[in-house]
Write a protein that binds this ligand. Structure first.
Ligand code: C5P
Length: 233
């Protein structure tokens, strides 16, 4: 179970991020590096993590012309990361080019609809009426599958639907995880780890519930226990 729980390193620099890795301890072997940390530290922070035997989810949310994204994917592949994200809205050709550039060790994850976009926000992007953001996510998940990507990032609320569209081999990665009674922060629709896995997530991403805890190792252990269906108290 622990290998399916990814802790988000939403930190401004490598020192802060690696100190959290040390405080979480050996139970966690999988970390997400996002744009903030990668912009500050570049590939060095990825190497620091892989050098400690950790797997890395590089959340770059790539979105550019096919040739540019394929080049970026090839460089990311050489870093030895496990997951990298890109926007489905980059289109079929971009997704196909990315798939062609990825080494077998790298799983590409498609981002369908950002959860920060609500109905009116999506209508402004698409230039048409949007009645069901979930249906748009599902349509984009189909594009992700047809582009040859190995998985998708989505909310746990959409995991079952997106998982069905992507097929049984796909990785379904869901953020927005909280223990019952935790602070929700800026997340809207949170789920517990066990709810996310029951809905079809293959991996979950947990940020502040671990990073902001007084004892990050204990917080990680509580989430893993809850995911296994044990009493989280
Ligand atoms: O702190 P928290 O657990 O909310 O962090 C969740 C992580 O997942 C953050 O790194 C955030 O950027 C990311 N994420 C998210 N919702 C999405 C996509 C990514 O919370 N829809």
């Amino acid at each position: 179970m622990e290998d399916r729980i990814i802790v988000a390193l939403d930190a401004p620099d490598a020192a802060t991020a690696l100190s959290l890795v040390d405080r979480v301890g050996p139970a966690c072997g999988f970390y997400k590096v996002g744009l903030e940390l990668f912009a500050a530290e570049g590939p060095g922070v990825v190497e620091a993590l892989t050098g400690r035997g950790k797997r890395v989810f590089l959340d770059l949310k790539l979105h550019d012309i096919p040739n540019t994204v394929a080049g970026a994917v090839a460089r990311v592949g050489a870093l030895g990361v496990t997951f990298v994200t890109m926007h489905a809205m980059g289109g079929r050709e971009m997704l196909v080019a990315a798939s062609g550039a990825a080494p077998g060790s790298l799983t590409l994850l498609g981002v369908t609809v950002l959860t920060s976009l609500d109905g009116p926000g999506l209508e402004a992007v698409f230039g048409r009426r949007v009645d069901d953001a979930g249906a748009e996510a599902d349509r984009l998940a189909r594009l992700v599958r047809e582009g040859g990507l190995g998985g998708a990032v989505c909310s746990a609320a959409e995991a079952a639907r997106v998982g069905e569209t992507m097929g049984p081999e796909a990785c379904i990665v869901t953020p927005g995880i909280r223990l019952a009674g935790d602070a929700v922060h800026d997340q809207r629709r949170v789920r517990t780890a066990s709810q996310a896995f029951a809905a079809g997530a293959t991996h979950i991403v947990v940020g502040r519930p671990v990073a902001a805890a007084a004892d990050p190792a204990a917080a990680f252990a509580r989430i893993a226990a809850e995911a296994r269906g044990e009493d989280a108290a």
